[in-house]
Design a protein around this ligand. Structure first.
Ligand code: HEM
Length: 401
């Protein structure tokens, strides 16, 4: 990604708001993604990064949450800080503003409704058990490579009725979307996803059937059928939404339990705590950041955000700001917050439609892992390393038991 360039500060941005902070490479993020972002909490609530063309960053919890939820002044429709991403991907429903967004979102919500997620539970459990068995009675693994990068992707492919063998083709695409390394242009990335999906999109438009895409495409949009273009943009959105985010979440949960043996033991002693633990771990380890486009000049935190400015909103800044949550860095299974209060899954009209699926997967993974794997910890000398980006994720997590 582009380096900081002093020229990327427009006149309306005060000089004292400028930070040397590239969202794709926050200082120290490879060792600790969360701590690297939290360094911004010491300064003003809105700062300006000159990297990647120049953009605002929400640097206080309430500011991140308020802008995220304010679809009238902060649109999701056009550009993203990742160069080219917004214009090229044109995701449905992610890049639609209300009211256009509503009927598409309703269709996706119907397709992901609770009963369909409940129906997936035995498949998720069987997949978790099979991956654990595949560890072959050994005494350690790279949790990312051997488990986290497989289960959620296979579950998504099962939901859309596609062979799970395709995982190896699709997984790198998810990584390029959220942590681009320059090896593919955004257009190449979109085309790779579309070429893969095209036969399925066409088939489901003709004969929807009962899989996820079919369920969504059979819901009319304002009393008319979906066009091919709309169907393709929606399937593209779901594909990318389901590929990388759960991988990142599972990695952080296992890292926490590996490094906090008392929390691990509590869940072994009382597995009924697992759903609350999952909610709290999801709050504590948020990895997604989003971009909004200002469409109306707005005074916030003593500065003017001008129409046309981009604002980057990291959920980590909201969830781990002590002004948002009491002792936010502490994992407290008794916290019992409604998941809607934190921004791990976003807030406002675009809040994640996959939240129920992600939570179900996490609960089943912890249940099965703790039931089968003895007390585990980080392997001797292992240093977890993170890859920052729009979804920050561990690149490897060597565990032993
Ligand atoms: C732990 C896992 C996940 C996390 C942390 C996550 C996070 C998010 C966030 C923060 C948003 C809001 C984006 C914005 O406001 O711009 C979002 C939206 C979305 N997510 Fe997820 N997500 C996860 C899993 C999934 C899964 C499994 C799917 C699909 C199978 C999915 C599909 C979507 C879609 C389609 C949207 C757009 C919703 C809309 O615009 O109305 N997500 N997600």
């Amino acid at each position: 990604m582009m380096e900081a360039a002093a020229g990327n500060r427009p006149d309306h941005v005060p000089a004292d708001r400028v930070v040397d902070f590239n969202i794709f490479a926050p200082p120290g993020a490879e060792q600790d993604y969360f701590a690297a972002w939290l360094s911004l909490l010491d300064g003003p609530g809105l700062v300006w990064s000159t990297a990647n063309g120049g953009h605002w960053i929400g640097a206080r919890g309430d500011i991140v949450r308020d802008i995220w939820g304010d679809a009238a002044r902060f649109s999701n429709a056009a550009l993203a800080v990742t160069p080219g991403l917004g214009e090229v991907m044109n995701f449905i429903p992610l890049q639609q503003d209300p009211p256009e967004h509503k009927p598409f979102r309703m269709a996706v919500m119907k397709g992901m409704a609770h009963q369909h997620i409940v129906a997936m539970e035995p498949t998720v459990r069987a997949e978790a058990q099979s991956l654990i068995e595949g560890l072959n009675g050994g005494n350690g693994c790279d949790f990312m490579q051997d488990f986290a990068e497989i289960l959620p992707v296979n579950m998504f492919l099962t939901l859309i009725g596609v062979p799970t063998d395709d995982r190896t083709k699709l997984r790198p695409l998810g990584q390029q979307l959220t942590r681009p390394d320059g090896s593919m242009t955004v257009v190449e990335l979109r085309d790779a996803a579309d070429n893969y999906l095209e036969p399925y999109v066409k088939a489901r438009l003709e004969n929807p059937g009962q899989d996820l895409f079919g369920r969504i495409l059979s819901v009319p949009i304002d009393d008319r059928p979906w066009s091919f273009d709309e169907a393709q943009r929606m399937c593209r959105n779901l594909l990318f939404g389901g590929l990388d985010t759960v991988v990142a979440m599972l990695g952080n949960m296992l890292l926490h339990l590996a490094t906090h043996p008392q929390d691990q033991q509590r869940l072994r002693d009382d597995p009924k705590l697992i759903p609350d633990a999952v909610d709290e771990l999801m709050r504590r380890y948020p990895t997604v950041s989003v971009t909004r486009n200002c469409v109306e000049d707005s005074e916030i935190d003593g500065v003017t955000i001008k129409s046309g400015d981009l604002i980057y909103l990291p959920s980590v800044i909201h969830n781990l700001d002590p002004r948002s949550f009491d002792r936010p860095e502490v994992v407290d299974f008794e916290r019992k917050l409604a998941p809607i209060r934190h921004t791990t899954m976003g807030t406002g009209p675009h809040r994640c439609v996959g939240a129920g699926l992600a939570r179900t997967e996490a609960i089943i993974v912890l249940q099965e892992w703790l039931a089968s794997i003895p007390p585990f910890r980080l392997a001797e000398g292992a240093k977890p390393s993170f890859r920052p980006g729009n979804v920050g994720a561990l690149s490897c997590l060597q565990l032993c038991w």
